[in-house]
Design a protein around this ligand. Structure first.
Ligand code: NAD
Length: 495
């Protein structure tokens, strides 16, 4: 562990003697005590970001892209170590820890290209001798508040784009995962040193809980707040940012479903279900939580799943072969067991979902399948654990209605070989989610698409497609190159 910290430039004074204990989900042991950012320091942090903004917005965007290119290079060099720290601090199995860092590298590559493509439109003017266009300008400091379950990737989705768009970044990671954030900042500092002349305070890290986040959320000097976490958090943060007319990018809870139609390739469906329901121990915002299966294949599919679940290696996420690592902590395990009790009380038949003593001190469970009589109250909630609720359907309309009838709207999918069903699912009257897939599970998105969801998921979009526009301000420009001053809509105002 000491070697890992040293390889990531985390020094003893930085990780000892602080007020915030950091625990590894692997065995619950305290692995560091980090220093929280005093609330009294927040005005200076924000002021530094504003000063950095005034310099950074003048740097040509492709040059800003060079900084992100260097960040991608440094991440490539540190991939193994940072991935291992994600495993240690967030409990992800090794390949998922590495995958998270790969996602950071991917978004850097994407953002470098984007730095030469911050395109605006030209617009036909109704007036002779006039031209209209749209320009995109940097908007100002962006606050990134991130969740424990993607402790580093979410920051990079935001930071890589914000930086090429001309905005400084202040990052408040989850108080459960400050070490991976500190290590990412060290990697960022290597990129900044190679870049040479970036303004001081361009990328800052603040450590702490809701109060430190609140200082960013309520500051009028932070035009954009990107907040990832629970819907409970979004309900507090969203209105506070709106109250001061700031812009929020909210990435909140999901309750993702898969519809399995009679024509589905069941072997493929089983593989997709197991990865999306059980991967990351069910602690992805896109984890599969609801399986809506045609009655004619329901019993057979549940049987296949129960067999697959029984074969999954549960244990230390660093061990070769482990597929199910720990939950974040004992509170997460208690929440899972309570949800299963409620599912049982609501008429469900529960398979699995028992605590196991894989590594002493860690919160390990067997993943659960809860065969439900319908979409009961507990099914409509996001429990951040590997619980898969199974429900039956007769018609596709019924299945789509059930899929949409939850408060969240992040990710969804259908397994079918029937193109009419696939078309209906992707249609305006189909899935109401931000992500809708065919013959692939709801989790494991690529960075090229815009990521986010509707309803209580918050409506934000990050990562690919045109999500960069969320980090810029749009300006409409009209230029008159004639010697007359005609008014729009034929209005006359002669004097
Ligand atoms: P959480 O809501 O407990 O915390 C998320 C972040 O918000 C933390 O940094 C926390 O300190 C901060 N925070 C909490 N209250 C705040 C407040 N009042 N003001 C400012 N900041 C505040 O979430 P978590 O347990 O870390 O993560 C799990 C949740 O995140 C799940 O609901 C999951 O679905 C969601 N999530 C969503 C996405 C997405 O892209 N939609 C991605 C990852 C996780």
């Amino acid at each position: 562990m000491t070697d890992l910290f040293a390889a990531l430039d985390l020094t003893a004074p930085e990780i000892t003697g602080g007020t915030l204990p950091v625990r590894s989900p692997i065995d619950g042991a305290v692995i560091a005590h980090v220093h929280e950012t005093p609330l009294g320091d927040m005005p200076a942090v924000i002021a530094r970001s504003q000063v950095a903004f005034r310099a950074w917005r003048e740097v040509p965007a492709p040059r800003r892209g060079e900084l992100v290119r260097l960040l991608g290079e440094e991440l490539r060099k540190a991939k193994a170590e940072l991935g291992a720290l994600v495993t240690l601090e967030a409990g992800k199995i090794t390949s998922e820890g590495l995958g998270e860092v790969q996602e950071m590298i991917d978004i850097c590559d994407f953002a470098v290209g984007q730095s030469r493509q911050l395109y605006g439109l030209t617009i036909a003017s109704e007036r002779p001798g006039h031209r209209m266009m749209e320009s995109w300008h940097p908007v100002g400091p962006v606050a990134v508040i991130s969740a424990f379950n993607f402790p580093v990737a979410v920051w990079s989705w935001n930071a890589a784009l914000a930086l090429v768009c001309g905005d400084p970044v202040i990052w408040k990671p989850s108080e459960k995962t400050p070490l991976t954030a500190m290590a990412s900042m060290k990697i960022m500092q290597r990129a900044l040193a190679r870049f040479g002349d970036a303004p001081e305070g361009l990328v800052q890290l603040v450590i702490g809980g809701a109060a430190v986040g609140d200082a960013l959320v309520t500051s009028r000097d932070i035009p954009v707040v990107s907040a990832t976490g629970s819907t409970r958090m979004g309900r507090i943060v969203g209105p506070k940012v709106a109250e001061r007319f700031g812009r929020s990018i909210l990435e909140l809870g999901g309750n993702n479903a898969m519809i399995v139609a009679p024509s589905a390739d069941l072997d493929m469906a089983v593989r997709a279900i197991v990865f999306s329901a059980v991967g990351t121990a069910g602690q992805r915002c896109t984890s599969l939580r609801r399986l809506i299966v045609h009655h004619s294949i329901r019993a057979g599919l549940v049987e296949k799943l129960a067999r697959a679940y029984a074969s999954l290696p549960i244990g230390d996420p660093r061990a070769v072969g482990t597929l199910v690592g720990p939950l974040l902590d004992m509170a997460a395990r208690d929440a899972m067991l309570a949800a299963l009790d409620q599912a049982h009380a609501e008429g469900g038949t529960v398979h699995g979902g028992v605590a196991v003593d894989a590594v002493a001190g860690g919160a390990y469970v067997t993943p659960a399948i809860a065969d439900m009589p319908g979409q009961t109250a507990i099914v409509c909630e996001e429990t951040f654990a590997p619980i898969l609720y199974v429900m039956g359907y007769d018609t596709l309309d019924q299945a789509i209605a059930m899929q949409n009838d939850v408060p969240q709207g992040l990710s969804s999918c259908i397994f079918t070989l029937n193109m009419r069903e696939a078309g209906a699912f992707l249609n305006a009257a189909g899935s109401d989610c931000g992500i809708a897939n065919v013959n692939i599970g709801p989790s494991g998105a690529e960075i090229g698409g815009a990521f986010g969801g509707e309803k209580e998921t918050g409506g934000g979009r990050e990562s690919g497609s045109d999500a960069w526009k969320g980090y810029m301000r749009r300006q409409t420009n009209t230029v008159n190159y004639s010697d007359a001053l005609p008014l729009a809509q034929g209005v006359r105002f002669d004097f």
